[in-house]
Ligand binder design. Structure first.
Ligand SMILES: Cc1cc2nc3c(=O)[nH]c(=O)nc-3n(C[C@H](O)[C@H](O)[C@H](O)COP(=O)(O)OP(=O)(O)OC[C@H]3O[C@@H](n4cnc5c(N)ncnc54)[C@H](O)[C@@H]3O)c2cc1C
Length: 429
């Protein structure tokens, strides 16, 4: 996934990798006058060295939302858990900014809602509209948020006894009994189970022979920014989802929702990051939106864009070769997600619930951590369904936005009309 922000007019120029590399902690391997080799992993298989060891039940690699949630739930059950991430605080980023009803339910099921609540702004009703008028007003339990606030809020409220280390895991060796991780400070961790929650980083999975299968390259281009009404009076909606007319604009929809006291905007598109539209949008966002989404101003009169524009190019993928002893891959490390679907956190929390509530407690009761135990996680019907739904929604949303065949246009029209009718019936009941 490429991400960036608007300081350069060409999105490509603004691009940076998702996980900026840390400077090496150790001296260079060829430095002289040292008692020991500067890099204790050099020459070892998978970079592993037999150095100071530390034993836990579960080692979680990656403290994004998936890893932090999994570590919190397992530590809450009294397991010995180590949570690793080189970044002591999750950095500002453009990722999940809305929590959907199913995700709020899973947060409660996992016992994480109280810890994350301070980062959530409640949304009670979503107004959906297009050029021809209001589609529906849907009462809802939704929340606006900023992903880094959500993760850092949870990290700050982890159960006592959960050990966090601000370190990158560099090497991994697995077996049906004990797993070994080597860390960047030269120490080693042994665990009965390793949870890989490394997001887009493939490094450790690759060491185990797992590979990433691309499902859809450059699937979408998505933008995040703040808007405000020029007159300062506020908007006449809690949250708004606005849809384009037809397929010519290559837009999915615009979503406006509150985060704290501000109005955040997520614009989901299928534009080319290097194309003329993306450049025009970066240069003159409000004007370009009004041209591409006629009728928007009726619902958001006189709005202006008040922040830099953040953007992300979305790639869809799945990991393969993942059924292996001793290790489980969760969250974005397992499968990519398209933001328009609002299913990223559903996958994250479903993975965590399946792993931590349904699997790990029974796995740890008996010796060994063979591939047959691990396979039960990936085959769990609710996990399979959630992952499938996420991918299907990504393709459905893209076809609705781009496919000009009469079938898809009829589907799009039917979808809007059925929502209109359902909303009308609810209101008049
Ligand atoms: C633009 C955008 C908008 C989105 N909007 C939504 C939305 O509205 N709703 C929704 O549900 N989903 C949304 N998503 C998806 C959602 O953000 C992701 O599914 C979710 O953040 C994945 O969390 P994760 O913990 O798996 O990965 P991440 O948050 O990427 O965490 C991975 C962590 O692993 C660490 N790490 C990597 N390698 C190592 C290593 N070797 N050792 C130790 N640590 C390591 C990294 O430092 C990082 O902290 C959006 C995504 C994007 C890109």
């Amino acid at each position: 996934m490429e991400v960036g922000s608007e300081s350069a007019s060409d999105p490509k120029e603004a691009s940076r990798t998702e996980t900026p590399g840390r400077p090496p902690v150790r001296a260079p391997a060829d430095s002289k006058n040292r008692a020991e080799p500067a890099d204790p992993y050099l020459g070892q298989p998978n970079g592993l060295a037999r150095v100071k060891s530390h034993e836990v039940d579960v080692a979680v690699v990656g403290a994004g939302l998936a890893g932090t949630s999994a570590a919190a739930v397992l530590a809450g059950q009294g397991r010995r858990v180590l949570l690793l991430d080189p970044r002591a605080a999750y950095p500002d980023c453009f990722k999940a900014e809305k929590v959907e009803p199913d995700q709020a339910e899973l947060m409660r099921e996992l016992g994480l809602m109280d810890a994350m609540a301070p980062a959530l702004t409640p949304i009670h009703e979503v107004l959906s509209a297009c050029r021809t008028g209001v589609i529906e007003r849907r009462p809802i339990e939704q929340y606006g948020t900023l992903y880094h606030d959500l993760v850092n809020g949870l990290r700050a409220r982890l159960p006592e006894g959960l050990e966090q280390r601000p370190l990158r895991a560099r090497g991994i060796e697995t077996s049906p009994d004990l797993q070994r991780l080597s860390l960047e400070d030269g120490t080693e961790v042994t665990a009965r189970l390793v949870v890989l929650a490394c997001g887009a980083s493939e490094r450790l999975a690759k060491q185990l022979g797992m590979r990433r299968e691309w499902v859809s390259r450059r699937h979408s281009l998505d933008f995040g920014f703040y808007v405000a009404p020029r007159n300062g009076a506020g908007f006449a909606f809690d949250a708004l989802t606005y849809y384009p007319d037809g397929v010519a604009t290559r837009l999915g929809c615009l979503s406006l929702f509150p985060v704290g006291t501000h109005m955040r905007a997520n614009l989901f598109t299928y534009q080319d990051a290097d194309g003329a539209w993306a450049k025009r949008f970066q240069a003159a966002p409000a004007e370009t939106l009004l041209q591409s989404l006629p009728g928007l101003e009726e619902h958001a009169p006189g709005f202006e864009v008040t922040s830099r524009i953040e953007w992300a190019v979305i790639e869809l993928y799945r990991v393969e070769g993942h059924v292996q002893p001793g290790v489980v891959v969760i969250g974005d490390a397992f499968q990519g997600v398209c933001p328009i679907t609002g299913t990223g956190l559903s996958k994250v929390f479903r993975d965590v619930a399946t792993l931590c509530l349904d699997c790990v407690p029974t796995w740890l009761e008996s010796p060994g951590m063979g591939a047959e135990k691990v396979a039960a996680f990936y085959d769990h019907p609710r996990k399979v369904k959630t992952d499938q739904h996420s991918l299907e929604s990504a393709f459905y949303s893209r076809e609705i936005a781009l496919n000009s065949s009469w079938r898809w246009r009829r589907r799009a029209a039917l979808d809007r009309w059925s929502r209109r009718v359902a909303s009308y019936l609810k209101l008049t009941r």
